[in-house]
Design a protein around this ligand. Structure first.
Ligand code: GLG
Length: 801
């Protein structure tokens, strides 16, 4: 949109006056942020209204992306970028004596997710808007985000993340769109005079679902889509005095906190209530919206696509069946045909414990009508497939089995498309995790490799790099990230390579300043910034990285004169509060950091910085400063990974196992530009099949590894007597579930190679450049375009290849 600086300044000062009845000088940074937020909402308002009007007028097919997690990040800067107002606002504020970056960091970062899953959902929402796809997000408005992580004596402590304390400037409460979600009680089907059956309910626990809408601004295309997050409240019509405190609490609880773990099961009933709550509310609002425009539900599948992001929203399937049959009088056959045409499902993990299942008794008690429908889905599935695939396979794959409701199976059976998120992952779904269902529905399975919003991860997070790229190839890449590949032409442009180093150094200085202020550690900007940022999980093997630090530490102590480039090892990771082992690893990293950072014999040659409270905003600070991207999960365990793509796009080289999308990154940027190592997925499965992995053999045969491991228990690292022993035992007594010891040697070898190569800055920057140039293929725009073409069947803006 068009806006002059003078107009902006006038609007901003007026906004401050209206909101606070005072002058600019009397406002806080947060107050200034809020005023800016209001203003941006106003600037974007016409687009938002116009977008929904257009979708309605043109009767466009709409995509509804259901996800229990969304991690949109701060919105002020990205909305300004997408509206084309960032420079105007920044300059205008400067004229008023204000610093835009200070103001924008006063915005709370909504932590409505754990990690990659939630961030992917947010990237895809951004791309849908930017590609002009009629896309809607549907999720939960958690009162508290994922916990705020602090370290006390090196241990993780979880504090509440009260992100809504000062309200949320971006959201609109739409009470007129609220709906009722029912739990528990009794249900029966009462015959009606016309012969049909009507679902009757009694003694249900009713919850009022109120939507809060946030505009998702497309990149300079006047499109603003909607993210709808649901909040659980007391039903307005009910006699509120009749609601006991316990019942009120039960309602409040539903949208109180994000379930802080996406891989272990606890607090099951609450989680199930959360899942049904937002699935039901979302589907009700879709069907209502659709019903207002169309006669009957016949053409629903032509106008609606519902995407199930991981298993959490799977109950959209029986919920849509319920609405079609109970409220729109469809036969089972018609309802089922519509449902399967509408639904599609993405699987995000092969980890068994994350494939959700619910005890039937619990499920039945909480969701009696939905349970009846699942029973019928199960019965019909068995009836149809047993003659073809036999009883054994059908028993293994039916929605109900072993006393459980099996969500992933239900999701596959009720969708027309099932996709994995990287080629290896999709292959493993077919061969392993969902092998049996792949026999039944081979045509449903497809791969959609993940992608990232390059606008946020390059343009917003790394302005120095973005300007440098503009200066070489012009700004087309900002709209068409794949154009980054034209940068390859500058592989031998010495001046450009030096400029890349300079950009990196600037970014390192910014991160260094943050590390200094948060942790009191001084880091050198000429050091290798070796970064691992992701959830703390045994399979992601932060431990392997720790062993390298211990090795480097011992090497300097042994041979103080050896010259190697200085290194800063940077970690960002939250552990699920109940995940004991992951918390022990956090303590180990912090204890090691204490030892290394304060050892005078080490000086500034080696530093360890575990930056607390990793999230989207910290990612924006860390990623542009990284030289090395640690992607070292046990092969086969990381479905895709997406920090690997973000780091690559900012010129970090990958130190990577052949896992998830690492494989595709290596292929895209070229093997010579990455550092791969370790067991392949095939080798890992080989160990499983033969049962002949003996971690102790690696310990015994490699004296260096033995020495490193012994530091866990011999007092070298102070303060970890319990954790050190626990970790040591996990590797040697319990045989190292994630093959850390098997991969140690090849990992260390690549780390040494990195130290060697980094000294040749020209070579190093060539690798960095190759990564940036190849990163466009991982743009979320391209990924979302593939979803649109292959799965949702909706039109989108054309993209250059
Ligand atoms: C999962 C996987 C990641 C994947 C992400 C998005 O563990 O490998 O990149 O989804 O598909 N829970 C996750 O973060």
């Amino acid at each position: 949109m068009k806006l002059t600086q003078a107009q902006f300044k006038q609007d901003f000062l007026a906004e401050i006056k209206t909101l606070y009845a005072t002058d600019l000088s009397d406002t806080s940074k947060f107050g200034q942020f809020l005023a800016l937020g209001h203003l941006v909402r106003r600037y974007d308002g016409p687009n938002w209204t116009h977008t929904s009007d257009q979708y309605r007028e043109q009767d466009r097919k709409q995509v509804y992306y259901f996800s229990i997690e969304f991690l949109p990040g701060r919105l002020l800067k990205s909305n300004l970028l997408n509206l084309g107002l960032l420079d105007t606002v920044r300059q205008g504020l400067k004229d008023l004596g204000l610093d835009f970056d200070e103001i924008s960091t006063a915005e709370p970062d909504p932590g409505l997710g754990n990690g990659g899953l939630g961030r992917l959902a947010a990237c895809y929402m951004d791309s849908m808007a930017s590609l002009g796809i009629a896309g809607n997000g549907n999720g939960i408005r958690y009162r508290y985000g994922l916990f705020k992580q602090v370290f006390m004596d090196g241990y993780q402590v979880e504090l509440p993340d009260d992100w809504l304390r000062n309200g949320n400037v971006w959201e609109i409460r739409r009470e007129n769109k609220a709906c009722l979600v029912r739990f528990g009680g009794n249900v029966w089907m009462a015959p009606q005079p016309d012969g049909s059956l009507k679902a009757m309910y009694e003694n249900t626990d009713d919850v009022w679902a109120v939507p809060y809408d946030t505009g998702l601004v497309g990149y300079r295309n006047d499109v603003t889509n909607t993210l709808r997050l649901w909040s659980a409240e007391l039903p307005p019509s009910a006699d509120k005095t009749g609601f006991s405190q316990a019942r009120r609490d039960r309602i409040d609880e539903i949208t109180q906190v994000l379930y802080p773990d996406d891989s272990n099961s606890a607090g099951q009933a609450l989680r199930l209530r959360q899942e049904y709550f937002f699935s039901s509310a979302g589907v009700q609002s879709i069907v209502r919206h659709y019903g207002l425009r169309h006669q009957g539900v016949k053409a629903l599948a032509k106008k609606v696509a519902i995407h199930i992001n991981d298993t959490h929203p799977t109950l959209v399937i029986p919920e849509l069946m319920r609405l079609l049959m109970d409220e729109h009088h469809c036969s089972w056959e018609v309802a089922w045909a519509l449902t399967t045409q509408v639904m599609s499902y993405t699987n995000h993990t092969i980890m068994q414990e994350a494939l959700e299942t619910w005890p039937i008794d619990m499920f039945k008690g909480l969701l009696p009508r939905i349970y009846q429908i699942v029973v019928e889905i199960d019965r019909r599935y068995r009836e149809a497939q047993t003659p073809i695939f036999g009883e054994d396979l059908v028993n293994r794959t039916a929605p109900l089995g072993n006393g459980q409701v099996r969500m992933a199976f239900l999701a596959v059976i009720g969708s027309h498309s099932v996709n994995g998120v990287a080629p290896l992952h999709t292959q493993l779904l077919k061969e392993d995790v969902l092998r049996d269902l792949y026999q039944v529905y081979p045509e449903r399975f497809n791969n959609k490799t993940n992608g990232i919003a390059t606008r946020r991860w390059q343009q917003l997070a790394n302005e120095p790099l973005s300007s440098l790229i503009d200066s070489k190839i012009g700004p087309t890449w900002r709209r068409q990230p794949n154009q980054l590949k034209t940068l390859t032409a500058y592989q031998s442009d010495a001046k450009f390579l030096k400029q890349l180093t300079a950009v990196k150094t600037t970014n390192k200085a910014a991160l260094g300043a943050y590390i200094k202020s948060e942790l009191g550690i001084t880091v050198r900007t000429d050091a290798i910034f070796d970064v691992q940022i992701k959830r703390l999980h045994a399979y992601k093997r932060q431990l392997l990285h720790v062993f390298e630090i211990i090795r480097e530490y011992l090497a300097i102590k042994d041979e103080p004169k050896t010259v190697t480039p200085p290194r800063v090892h940077i970690f960002g990771a939250k552990a699920a509060p109940s995940y004991h082992y992951a918390k022990s690893i956090i303590k180990l990293i912090n204890a090691l950091a204490d030892l290394v950072n304060h050892d005078p014999a080490i000086g500034d040659r080696l530093k360890v910085a575990f930056i607390p409270n990793y999230g989207v905003s910290l990612g924006e600070l860390i990623i542009p400063a990284a030289d090395v991207s640690e992607q070292i999960s046990t092969a086969s365990k990381e479905a895709s990974g997406t920090s690997n793509m973000k780091l690559m796009a900012n010129g970090a080289v990958s130190l990577a196992t052949l896992d998830g999308a690492n494989i595709d990154i290596i292929e895209a940027a070229g093997e010579v530009n990455e550092y791969s190592f370790g067991l392949t997925a095939k080798a890992v499965y080989g160990y499983y099949e033969r049962g002949d992995y003996h971690a102790a053999d690696f310990y015994k045969s490699n004296p260096e590894l033995k020495r490193v491991l012994d530091t866990l228990i011999d007092g070298t690292i102070p303060g970890i007597s319990t954790e050190g022993q626990e970790i040591y035992d996990s590797l040697l007594r319990y045989n190292d579930e994630f093959f850390v010891l098997a991969d140690y040697e090849s990992y260390v070898q690549q780390q040494k190679q990195i130290s060697h190569d980094f000294q040749n800055q020209k070579l190093w920057q060539q690798k960095a450049l190759a990564n940036i140039a190849a990163s466009g293929v991982f743009s979320a725009d391209l990924a979302v375009a593939r979803y649109s073409d292959d799965i949702w069947q909706v039109p989108h803006t054309k993209l250059l290849n």
